[in-house]
Write a protein that binds this ligand. Structure first.
Ligand SMILES: C[S@@+](CC[C@H](N)C(=O)[O-])C[C@H]1O[C@@H](n2cnc3c(N)ncnc32)[C@H](O)[C@@H]1O
Length: 270
């Protein structure tokens, strides 16, 4: 007991010294991790954190919607804000008889796997997830195997929704694509620039490069798409709305704030 407390105190002091955010919570997580992973070394962990590597990459996993997801240098660290997107979509799917769910740019698979585990078993949903990164999809597949008991996700390595098949029933597309304008991306904190994949974050000059292409693909395909939920950010929220209206002039668009009260999600009913 005494040993554990002095270890916790030591970790907390180290995190405070390097000004690591949320030091109190992270110190507890590191202490628990060291208790479970007997072979891991406190000094090694301190070295990596000192180099500004996010704790989630050191641990190799993150808790998202109450499940533990494996992550790697090829996947973004799923953010807590995105959990809200999952809960909004779950409610929409259940109320609107959605049968097919497509998660575009799935990364570690956090959105589609969380939805699959939250939705009831008695409805035969089809779950699809795409990513252009083969390496990210490898991690997503492992997460699917570990977290999902009966439901299956079909994983596609493809550019946005290029190889997603045509569906019969009503379809929901969810996309958390790279949306940070390049100039803003280049000014992000070192922990992001050094460790998180640029492919997951840099949305091109205006941050909208991927959403433009996704909307073009949706228009060109007959997917039976009833609605689209996207994640974006407040600095490009107005432009994101304009873009949606340009591609889908008759759609009903609703902005949704995240848990930090920032404009973050857009719901598009076609
Ligand atoms: C912001 S991350 C989101 C990851 C995950 N959905 C989440 O919420 O944590 C964007 C993801 O889009 C993928 N991506 C980038 N360009 C893509 C493209 N052209 N087609 C499909 N996926 C792409 C990246 O590899 C990355 O996994």
């Amino acid at each position: 007991m005494q040993n554990n407390l002095s270890k916790l105190f030591r970790i907390q002091r180290f995190l405070n010294d390097i000004k690591y955010p949320d030091a109190y919570r992270i110190a507890r997580e590191i202490s628990e991790y060291l208790n479970i992973k007997k072979r891991s070394n406190e000094v090694e962990i301190f070295k990596r954190l000192h180099l500004e590597e996010p704790w989630e990459y050191v641990r190799g996993s993150v808790i998202f919607c109450n499940n533990e997801f494996k992550i790697s240098k090829d996947t973004l660290i799923p953010r807590i804000e995105t959990e809200q997107l999952v809960y909004e979509c779950k409610e929409y799917i259940e109320k609107n008889g959605i049968k097919n769910i497509v998660d575009v740019g799935t990364g570690s698979g956090s959105i589609v796997i969380s939805l699959a585990s939250l939705l009831k078993d008695n409805i035969p949903y089809s779950f699809y997830a795409t990513d252009i990164s083969k390496e990210a999809l490898k991690i997503a597949k492992l997460n699917g195997k570990k977290i999902l008991k009966t439901k299956k996700v079909r994983w596609l390595t493809t550019n946005l929704i290029k190889s997603v098949p045509k569906f019969d029933g009503p379809t929901l597309i969810i996309a958390n694509l790279p949306y940070i304008p390049t100039e803003q991306y280049e000014k992000l904190e070192k922990s992001v620039l050094r460790y998180e994949p640029r492919l997951a974050l840099d949305g091109g000059e205006d941050g909208l490069q991927y959403y433009k292409e996704l909307f073009e693909q949706i228009k060109a395909k007959e997917l039976n798409c009833k609605s689209i939920y996207i994640e974006t950010e407040s600095s490009i929220f107005k432009e994101s709305k304009k873009l949606i209206k340009k591609y889908f002039p008759n759609s009903k668009v609703r902005g949704i704030k995240d848990c930090f009260n920032k404009e973050r999600f857009l719901k598009i009913e076609l």
